[in-house]
Design a protein around this ligand. Structure first.
Ligand SMILES: Nc1ncnc2c1ncn2[C@@H]1O[C@H](COP(=O)(O)OP(=O)(O)OP(=O)(O)O)[C@@H](O)[C@H]1O
Ligand SMILES: [Mg+2]
Length: 326
């Protein structure tokens, strides 16, 4: 697999000893869709924001490497990162209002990127902006360019943000909880839109969600995060069908019908994620795990190949699989 984005051993901390990402490794191949799932606070956003250098100022990247198309993003000049951002890599956030400027028309905001990144003249940019709004399913696109964000519904605003994201033909779109703020019908529509655009444009997609049901039907591969680490990754079909890590097994306990991905839901796991300032010595999931043994409390299991391209960070995954434990 030739990877377009490769995150290796990324660690990010916040003041007060908050270990938000602890050696995260992820890859997105060209044309591939990776879903990153996990409970709130597991480090999904921190990982995504690191890619484009968008972490809050108080965050420190304490280690690791992020390569996009061969460029070392953590070490390249700020100017190069700014050029990549929005051009080669675009971001879609959970709340479209944070991505839109309330005092500029939607048309102006789309045109700005087209002018800056692609060097289009104003007129050509307006024509292209209307085409883009049309592409994402906004009726009467040319007229709607003159409207302000507040004149659109939540779902329509998310379409506008997606239009902005695809406007410069990015090679990778990172969508962080792109549908969480929307109702179920609108969620499905936005996911359909992302799927269609990805297929038509051949874009790679990294889509983040705390709800595996949202992304199951979209992803080629899935990475499950827990307490700042990837604890399991693999192809969507195999991982959702038979998670190997006890955390994944718990999350997907109520599951899995791949023919009806919208019915796939995380089950509630007893207990709460650990305090990121006071992580246990061994496996961070050990305090909530029904299969815990002494070894789990002593040493954090590395993320290792469990055959077939599946990576799992659990000392006991092989015996649990043999025993068919749930
Ligand atoms: N600005 C910040 N200051 C201090 N800690 C932060 C900050 N942003 C995130 N964190 C901490 O970093 C950890 C990872 O947060 P992150 O936002 O990546 O989680 P997430 O997986 O995206 O969760 P959610 O599903 O709620 O969006 C959490 O423990 C969080 O409290
Ligand atoms: Mg988040």
């Amino acid at each position: 697999m030739s990877s377009l984005l490769r995150i290796t051993d990324l660690s990010v901390e916040f003041p007060g000893g908050v270990r938000a990402a602890r050696g995260v490794s992820l890859e997105v191949a060209a044309g591939e869709t990776l879903a990153v799932v996990g409970e709130s606070g597991s480090g999904k956003s921190v990982t995504a924001l690191s890619v484009l250098g968008l972490l809050p100022e108080e965050a420190t990247v304490t280690g690791g490497r992020i390569e996009f198309a061969g460029v070392d993003l953590l070490r390249c000049p700020r100017r190069q990162l700014n050029e990549l951002r929005g051009r080669a890599v675009a971001m879609v956030y959970q709340d479209p209002l944070t991505a839109l400027n309330p005092v500029l028309t939607v048309g102006r905001q789309i045109e700005e990127g087209l002018q800056r990144h692609l060097g289009l003249r104003r007129r050509a940019a307006t024509v292209r902006a209307a085409e883009l709004l049309d592409l994402v399913g906004i009726p009467q696109a040319a007229r709607r360019l003159r409207d302000y964000p507040h004149q659109f519904s939540g779902g329509m605003r998310q379409r506008v943000v997606i239009a902005m994201a695809i406007s410069c033909d990015p090679r990778l779109i990172i969508a962080d909880e792109p549908t969480t703020a929307l109702d179920v019908t609108m969620q499905a529509q936005i996911l359909d839109l992302l799927r269609r655009l990805r297929d038509d444009l051949g874009t790679s997609l990294m889509v983040i969600s705390h709800d595996v049901g949202v992304v199951a039907g979209l992803a080629d591969r899935v990475a499950i995060m827990y307490a700042g680490r990837v604890v399991e990754s693999g192809t969507a079909v195999e991982l959702i069908g038979a998670p190997k890590h006890p955390y994944g097994r718990g999350l997907l306990a109520s599951v899995p019908r791949l023919d009806a991905p919208s019915r796939v839901r995380f089950a509630a796991i007893p207990g709460t994620p650990p305090d990121p300032t006071a992580l246990p010595a061994g496996c961070a999931f050990a305090p909530r795990c029904g299969h815990v043994v002494d070894r789990c409390r002593d040493a954090d299991p590395p993320l290792l190949d469990a055959a077939g391209g599946r990576l799992v960070a659990c000392w006991r995954h092989a015996e649990l699989a043999l025993g068919g434990a749930g």
